[in-house]
Design a protein around this ligand. Structure first.
Ligand code: PMP
Ligand code: GLN
Length: 390
């Protein structure tokens, strides 16, 4: 049985985590935290289980969580959503993204993503039978920037959906206001719906500001804003996500979602409702701690001989492994597979986020991604291993 991208291989994240476990390498591959989220939020889920939140919640999600999501969007971004009709709780952002693509695109429709892209997008587009079109991010002195000429050229009457991810996995790019303006103009020109994946919305550094595309003039009516609690509260295994947007788009998502999972996460929903309402201090603490671990990893990578692009957000740093490539280790994919043995470190090749044979895959072939959402000691171990490469 082949997966939607036509292969039977596990995702690159599962593969690299298995390799790290088998070799005892420091796992800077898959992006999940070493440290679980705040105890008071975990206790809230335990209490919810004791209090009987153990059967199917409503398909849309429990009302207190939808209300907390609405209040969060209002407080942080000034966005107004009706919790009764304009918010849907999903099994992680992943289910919201899959439901949106399946609900809104089909054969003959083009879905545009930013390349490199998170792996589930390509699978969702393939499951919908739609056509995947990409616009590259290109590294320059300020980081990986959107190729806005390619954007203007590739958004056409066939474009049904534009899937935007900011802060961006794997590059860490926080799209600028100017880049978001160009996306908004392109979507409006061809009357496309925009899906935004904002799961790293709170994880930005150096004063960079995350702007939801839905806050741009005229965009709320054509944008589905998707996020989840996994990254914000270091609870990636809880899989509580959501989509916010116009009622008719949310209805379309619900129509699909009800046959994917129907509903989910009964005891986690009240706990995340509380986290969203009372957890701003925990979010600030996580951001500061991640910012320091980002700096530690960047310094370590540079002193080991890597060229890195400083990420404005997310869990990830991208590094150019060119100095370490050879006839036997010709690209980032081979380097990532060899690194656990060579240096006791696992990472992920950027080519795993690209279409086979694309110009972006070729341009970024020597690049790999390291995550810094790990304990300081794990990052220090990894750096000690990387320093032995030269
Ligand atoms: N989008 C991006 C960009 C991600 O990096 C991830 C996973 N880490 C997800 C979506 C999936 O989020 P969730 O675990 O809430 O499904
Ligand atoms: N989003 C995480 C990453 O990019 C992994 C999630 C997954 O394994 N599907 O590393």
């Amino acid at each position: 049985l082949a997966s939607p991208d036509g292969t039977t291989r596990p995702t690159i994240f599962a593969e690299m985590t298995a390799l790290a476990a088998a070799t005892g390498a420091a796992n800077l591959g898959q992006g999940f935290p070493d440290a679980d989220g705040p105890e008071w939020i975990r206790e809230a889920a335990v209490t919810a289980i004791r209090d009987g939140a153990n059967q199917y919640p409503p398909g849309r999600g429990i009302a207190p969580l939808r209300e907390a999501i609405a209040a969060h969007q209002q407080r942080h971004y000034g966005l107004t959503f009706d919790p009764a009709r304009e918010i849907l709780v999903t099994a992680g952002a992943t289910e919201a993204i899959a439901s949106a693509i399946l609900a809104l695109a089909g054969p003959g429709d083009e879905v545009l993503t930013i390349e490199p892209f998170y792996d589930s997008y390509a699978a969702g587009i393939a499951m919908a039978g739609a056509t995947h079109v990409t616009v590259p991010l290109v590294p320059d002195a300020t980081g990986f920037r959107l190729d806005t000429d390619a954007l203007a050229a590739r958004v056409t009457e066939r474009t049904r959906l534009i899937l935007v991810n900011t802060p961006h996995n794997p590059t860490g790019t926080v799209l600028s206001h100017a880049e978001l303006d160009q996306i908004a103009a392109a979507a409006t020109r061809v009357d496309a719906v925009v899906i935004t994946d904002e799961v790293y919305e709170h994880l930005t550094y150096d004063g960079q500001v995350h702007t939801p595309l839905a806050t741009l003039p005229g965009m709320a009516e054509r944008t589905l804003t998707i996020s989840s609690a996994g990254k914000t509260f270091s609870l990636t295994g809880w899989k509580v996500g959501w989509a916010c947007g116009p009622a008719e788009l949310i209805e379309a998502l619900l129509a699909v979602k009800q046959y994917l999972t129907y509903s989910g996460g009964a005891p986690f929903q009240p706990a995340i409702a509380r986290a969203l309402s009372e957890g701003d201090a925990d979010i600030a603490e996580l951001r500061d701690s991640l910012s320091a671990r980002r700096d530690l990893l960047i310094t370590g990578l540079r002193s080991s001989g890597f060229d890195v692009v400083v990420p404005g957000g997310t869990y990830f740093v991208c590094a150019d492994a060119t100095p370490f490539l050879s006839d036997t280790v010709p690209d980032g994919a081979a380097f990532a597979r060899a690194l656990p043995e060579l240096a006791g470190v696992a990472c992920v090749p950027i080519s795993a986020f690209c279409r086979d044979g694309s110009s972006t895959a070729a341009a970024l072939a020597p690049w790999v991604r390291f995550t810094f959402v790990k304990d300081q000691a794990t990052i220090e171990d990894a750096i000690a291993g990387l320093r032995t490469l030269t």
